[in-house]
Write a protein that binds this ligand. Sequence first.
Ligand code: TXA
Ligand code: MG
Length: 338
Amino acid sequence: MPAPRPRIFRPTPANLARLAAALRRGALVGVPAETVYGLAADALDPAACAAIFTAKGRPSTDPLIVHLAAARDLPKVAITNAAIAPLARAFWPGPLTLVLPKLSCIPDLITAGRPTVAVRVPGHPLFRELIRLAGRPLAAPSANPFGYISPTRAAHVRDGLTGTALRAVLDGGECTVGVESTILDLTDPDHPRLLRPGGIAVEALERVLGRPVLRPKPARLSPAAAAPAPGMLAQHYSPRTPLQLHPRLDVAALDALPADEAALLLAKPARLVRATERKRIRWLSETGAEAEIARHLFARLRELDAGGWRRLHAELPAGTEGLVPAIRDRLLRAAAKR
Ligand code: TXA
Ligand code: MG
C-alpha cells in the first residue's frame, strides 16, 4: 500500500470548518503562517501534541510554540508582564514569539518540561481564523521533518510529511516572510534575551522596548556549538546535498564551478547567465532586497536540493541588521556539518 499522502485543502469556509473540527478531535493539520508552514494540533491536548513530535521525528526535549488568535488570549496561557503590551501592539499579529512563564493548562510536553511557554499571534489571517474556529490555542512547529529545510508552500508540507499521521494541509499560498519568527525570552522583562533571529529585526524590538536585547553568539559552522535554546542546534534547516557558503560568488567563480555543482546567489547577476546555466545558477532576489531574499530562501534551497547536484554553493550576506541575522543564521545552520 502506498504511504498515506496528506491532502491539500483550498481555504474555503467549508474546508476551514472541517479542518477546525479535525483539530478539535485531536488531529494534526498543516497550516499556513506568514513565516513558514506549521504542523498544528490542539495545544491543550497532550496526545495531539505528542503526535506532532512523532510526525516530525522531533526529540521531546525541543519545545513547541503556542499560537493564539489574538493578544487578548495571552493571559489564558502565560503570566504576562508590563513589557508585553507595547511589543504586542507593535508586532502582533506577526513574526514575534515571546517566551514567558507558563500557566498549568499548558501540557509539559509542549514546553519540554520547562516552566516557560513560547507564544505568538501569527500574521497569516487563515491561521488565526483556524485557531478561532477550533476554539483553542494551537501548538505548531515548522511542518518539516526534524532538521530539514522549513516549508514555505503547502506542497512542501505534503511532500515532506507523507507517510506520517498528517492527513490535511490548509493551502494559504506562499509564505510572505519566509523565515521563522524572532524568539524573544521575556521571562525577565528587565533582561530581554534573543533566542532566535527571525522575521522581526532585533533593533525594532529594542526601539519598542526602550532597552537593549541580549543577543546570543551567532550560529557557528561547528556542530559542537552550544545550543542557546533547545532545538537551536548548529545543524538545522539542512539540504541533503552538502552546502558550502561564500562571501560572494562572482562571474569568475561561477564559470569555474564543476558541471555537477550548483549555486545560489543573493541577487540576479549583472551579466546574464547563459540559458544552459539557468538550472544550476539560481538567485534569491532581483535586486538584493533582504525581504525578497528571506521569502525565497527555503524554497530555492529545496529546489536545488532536489536537483541531484553533488554540491551546492551559496552566498552568505554580510550585516547585523534587519533580516540579515535571520538569513545568515539559517544559511550557517544549513551548511553546518552533521
Ligand atoms: O515562525 C515560526 O515561529 C514557526 C511558525 C509555524 O509559527 N514555528 C517554528 O517552530 O519555527 P519551531 O518548533 O520550528 O521552532 C520553535 C523554536 C524551537 O527552536 C524551540 O526550541 C523554541 O522555539 N522554543 C519553544 N518553546 C521554548 C521555550 N519555552 N523556551 C525556549 N525556547 C523555546
Ligand atoms: Mg523548525
